[in-house]
Design a binder for this molecule. Structure first.
Ligand SMILES: [Zn+2]
Length: 169
């Protein structure tokens, strides 16, 4: 998994868990301890590049040790395995599990930091910062109307974050 190998503190694949949440909103979270959560709404609507950008951002939160302030949002069901297999290829350690979304609310500075570090991780894995800019722009356009449970509700200030990434060298 190129993105996971590009972190400052690489986790072993057998430490990684991906939980798929049955929620039509587009969202993703880092639940701490190597567990990442994605909603079925994200898997259904994101293309590969958008999913890569979202995961780079969440992996960056994990790599930077941002503390997850958890709230539970709904219950889950296990689908979307095929898409996840492309991102975490061939690892039986990656077990999509039904569960509840951990909605982390981060501070604005943590969001900016995770975007910047996400770009660094993408670059180490051979991608450009445009992946992150395109992903945030897509999230803004696609989940802009979400009142609850969407990416924007747990990852605020997205317009400013896009501007900050454009200025990044
Ligand atoms: Zn974030």
């Amino acid at each position: 998994m190129p993105l996971l190998r590009a972190t400052n503190n690489p986790r072993r694949l057998n430490e990684i868990r991906v939980r798929v949440i049955d929620d039509p909103n587009i969202n993703a979270a880092n639940a701490g301890g190597g567990e990442f959560q994605v909603t079925t709404g994200l898997l259904a609507k994101a293309n590969d590049e958008h999913l890569r950008g979202v995961l780079a951002h969440e992996i960056a939160h994990d790599d930077l040790g941002h503390v997850a302030r958890a709230q539970t949002l709904g219950t889950g069901l296990n689908i979307g395995v095929i898409l996840l297999e492309q991102l975490f290829p061939g690892s039986s350690a990656v077990t999509p599990i039904a569960g509840a979304l951990i909605a982390n609310s981060y501070s604005r500075s943590e969001e900016l930091e995770a975007d910047r570090h996400g770009v660094e991780i993408l670059r180490r894995a051979g991608y450009s910062k445009e992946v992150m800019i395109d992903t945030l722009t897509w999230l803004l356009q696609t989940s802009g109307g979400d009142s609850g449970g969407g990416f924007l509700s747990t990852h605020p200030g997205i317009e400013d974050r896009i501007d900050a990434l454009r200025k990044l060298a």
